[in-house]
Design a protein around this ligand. Structure first.
Ligand code: TPP
Length: 333
């Protein structure tokens, strides 16, 4: 059984709601422009689109301070933007340019930006989860109230590192929020064929921590659940497993023909695209006007276009840089 949630829900104010929409819009437009340039053959490489999963990232990160930590995966653009990595740094890193967040040596699979708290992006499924424990342990040992969030997929919750990390985080009461962005597929395998439970949050009970399964496409429900988890961690009460139920619109990676995907399911999910749906909700609830949201979209589009142009015009790293920042300096013994 998943632990009961007893804390009352806090209602986000208009500033928070509009902020969530603005960040989700930046992610959506970045992703759409990136995909369009790939399709036009102007840029290459591997790309794992997070379209459809925006609020699983945005509604969590809204609770984080710049000095809090985030760990993410190859499908991490939404987590990176939500944590505050500037679009120019990101776009340049995705293209392997010298002005990228890792001087072009990380690429999309390894984006790191410690000054913004984006501590690591990993391509090895499940590997980021224990890293978040280490970050949280360092905060605990230094006596700060920083928290660490680790984002990963449903498939990663079947990896040994997930189970080991949840156990230890619970024993040591580490300030970690384990966010499983359950997009219903691990590569080409649907959840029911590879995972022993229907609700991944139920696994929390085995490790003596609260688990919440939330509609990850509902920005408010997600924001409320994340708030509870972040507050618990900051108060020193230990970790939470938060399952954000969501969906990915563009398959596993760019070029995936999605032959394994039931067409009707994809159609139904895309018709409920969380970003335009939230836009309509903000207008219907009179939180913002059509003109205000259109202005946000225009500004986001300009920012994305600027970052893309900046990255496309930038230089690749010089070969003389090949070994720089790769090896640790020798330590005298
Ligand atoms: C340890 C390891 N095993 C296998 C792979 C190959 N692989 C890459 S992504 C992926 C699926 C992971 O699915 P999930 O955790 O649900 O995340 P999603 O891609 O759906 O966001 C697999 C098996 C890998 N990168 N690392």
């Amino acid at each position: 059984m998943t632990a009961q949630v007893t804390e009352p829900a806090v209602e986000p104010d208009a500033k928070v709601l509009v902020g969530l929409f603005a960040t989700a819009t930046r992610i959506k437009l970045f992703d759409e422009k990136y995909l369009s340039l790939m399709k036009a053959g102007q840029i290459g490489g591997m790309y794992y689109s997070p379209r459809g999963q925006e609020f699983a990232a945005v509604s969590v990160a809204q609770h984080l301070r710049p000095d809090d930590y985030v760990v993410t995966i190859y499908r991490g653009l939404h987590d990176q933007i939500a944590k505050g990595v500037p679009l120019r740094d990101l776009w340049a890193e995705y293209l392997g340019k010298a002005v990228g967040s890792c001087k072009g040596k990380g690429g999309p699979m390894h984006v790191t930006s410690p000054e913004h708290g984006l501590m690591v992006t990993t391509g090895v499924v499940g590997s980021g989860i224990p890293i978040a424990n280490g970050l949280a342990l360092s905060a605990q040992m230094r006596g700060t109230d920083q928290v660490a969030v680790t984002n990963f997929g449903d498939g990663a919750s079947n990896i040994g590192a997930f189970h080991e990390a949840l156990n230890l985080a619970s024993v040591w009461k580490l300030p970690v929020i384990f966010v499983c962005q359950n997009n219903q597929f691990a590569e080409y395998t649907p959840l029911s064929e590879g995972t022993s439970v229907a609700r991944i949050a139920d696994r929390a009970a085995a490790y003596g921590m609260p688990g919440e399964s939330v509609d990850g496409n509902d920005p408010v429900a997600m924001w409320q659940a994340a708030g509870r988890a972040v507050d618990r961690a900051r108060r020193g009460e230990g970790p939470t497993l938060l399952e954000a139920n969501t969906f990915r619109f563009n398959g596993h990676l760019m070029g995936d023909q999605q032959a394994y995907m039931p067409k009707e399911l994809l159609k139904e999910k895309m018709a409920a695209d969380p970003v335009p749906r939230f836009r309509a909700r903000l207008i219907a609830d009179e939180v913002a006007t059509e003109a205000e949201l259109a202005a946000i979209e225009e500004q986001a589009a300009e920012e994305v276009a600027d970052a893309a142009a900046y990255a496309l015009a930038a230089e690749y790293p010089d070969t003389a840089e090949l070994d720089t920042d790769v090896y640790a300096p020798e330590v005298a013994v």
